[in-house]
Design a protein around this ligand. Structure first.
Ligand code: KIV
Length: 263
């Protein structure tokens, strides 16, 4: 696979070429996903649930992210690799710089942080140090108790306007990519059109530049109630390899997520 960098993704945004991303946490799956043509992998703090069995992302540590980033990078040397800065690891500039260094040195190309305009000074400082930063707004699992649970965000006009304002401020502060989680498709369409950087959605409709799914959701092995925006691509495709190919093609063609999987 060709080496993917931030300019590759920016060109795809500019040319309106949609792209698929997926989470991965280990060498073997990262290798398989890269072999099937996944260009972007996220070492998400969702590993708190999918790997460690917690009921939230909050217990995940910087050491955990470093460990999984190293494993994924070995399996997928050419993908664009984003890793999460976990809960409270970027509450001030010193913490953010120290923990970002560890994660970038583990093999990530970009770090992802959750939150809105409260993060502007952190993003500016990381960007001044030539770190690629991905924002994450809408449903932000690190704030799950504050948000009173996993539910769609931006439903009222006031909340939608706040999400738009955060998106614009984060771009101005220096983020080079944005994840929108669990917001109405109409809202993510507007944000994707107003931002010049690539926007990746999860539960945010099919008008974003890219899509991301948690690998266990895509393979249909997540315990408990199925979330509306997740799709099991394995059940109709026979093998994990074919499921990944089907996901990549469905995203490229704007077929996934259709209305059934959107808000
Ligand atoms: O941690 C994660 O896997 C994420 C995705 C849901 C975007 O942040």
């Amino acid at each position: 696979m060709e080496y993917i960098n931030i300019s590759t993704l920016q060109n795809w945004k500019n040319k309106k070429n949609k792209f698929a991303a997926i989470t991965a946490y280990d060498f073997s799956f990262a290798k398989l996903f890269a072999n099937e043509g996944i260009p972007v992998i996220l070492v998400g703090d969702s590993l708190g649930m999918t790997i460690q069995g917690h009921n939230s992302t909050i217990p995940v540590t910087v050491k955990n992210i470093e460990y999984h980033t190293k494993a994924v990078r070995k399996g997928a040397p050419n993908v664009f690799l984003i890793s999460d800065l976990p809960f409270m690891s970027y509450y001030d500039i010193n913490q953010a710089l120290k923990n970002t260094s560890k994660i970038i040195q583990s093999g990530a190309n970009m770090i992802k942080i959750e939150g809105g305009k409260n993060l502007i000074h952190i993003i500016q400082e990381l960007s001044r140090n030539s770190i690629l930063v991905c924002g994450h707004i809408g449903l932000t699992p690190q704030y799950i108790d504050y948000l009173s649970g996993y539910k769609i965000q931006g439903k009222t006009k006031k909340d939608a306007n706040k999400i738009i304002e955060d998106a614009l401020l984060l771009e101005e502060a220096g983020i080079k990519m944005l994840v929108l989680e669990c917001i109405p498709a109409k809202l993510s369409k507007e944000i994707t059109e107003r931002l010049s950087i690539p926007v990746i959605g999860i539960g945010a409709g099919n008008q974003t530049d890219g899509q991301i799914l948690v690998m266990q959701d895509l393979l249909g092995i997540t315990e408990g109630k199925k979330l509306k925006f997740t799709k099991n691509f394995l059940s109709n495709n026979g093998s994990i390899q074919n499921a990944i190919k089907a996901y990549i093609n469905a995203v490229k063609n704007g077929i996934f997520p259709n209305k059934k999987y959107s808000f």
